[in-house]
Design a binder for this molecule. Sequence first.
Ligand SMILES: O=P(O)(O)OC[C@H]1O[C@H](OP(=O)(O)OP(=O)(O)O)[C@H](O)[C@@H]1O
Ligand SMILES: Nc1ncnc2[nH]cnc12
Length: 184
Amino acid sequence: MQKEYELTIGKLKRTLPIIPITDTAAIASFVLLGDAELTRYAAQELAKRINIPFDYLVTLESKGIPLAQELSMITHHPRYFVLRKSVKAYMRNPIAIGMRSITTDYHQQLVLDGCDAEQLRGKRVIIVDDVISTGGSLASAEHLLKKVGANVVQRCSILAEGRATSRDDCVFLNTLPMFAVKNA
Ligand SMILES: O=P(O)(O)OC[C@H]1O[C@H](OP(=O)(O)OP(=O)(O)O)[C@H](O)[C@@H]1O
Ligand SMILES: Nc1ncnc2[nH]cnc12
């Protein structure tokens, strides 16, 4: 099996290791955390593609957080919200729903602090994440936001992977293929 994948995002290039995630499938591992240069550049490029007025960006713990931070500042929206993957003791009236994503083989949850939910009610929000793959994380985020009365007006990510590459309801900067594990 191929060991690495050469990713280009505009003027930047990264070499991603190809990592098996099941007996039959592998992904090019795109870990944004720690890559400040790519985070800022991707946020600048996504900002150019946001084509609708909005009140808040919303992202998912964890790899979406630095991207949402940069994008919030670039678009002059100093407050953004993070959907967490566990309930924390400091949350007030947390609201949780189930979630599945391609990188995690167990059922996870997505959690919104109740105070954040109050602020999001009736607002126009854009969901931002680093990668959309099965769409499971995005679907759960959207479900949770609708449940609290927020209006999702756009979805954006740096990359669309596998089946998400044909989605026309998300803005993304490039695509990532999935890989077959040959000796499966
Ligand atoms: O479309 P999906 O199949 O749901 O995959 C996309 C999700 O997977 C990644 O998160 P991950 O679950 O790896 O968690 P992490 O960001 O906390 O590492 C990524 O940041 C997305 O949120
Ligand atoms: N290729 C990838 N790398 C890291 N996290 C991911 N989540 C979904 N696809 C991913």
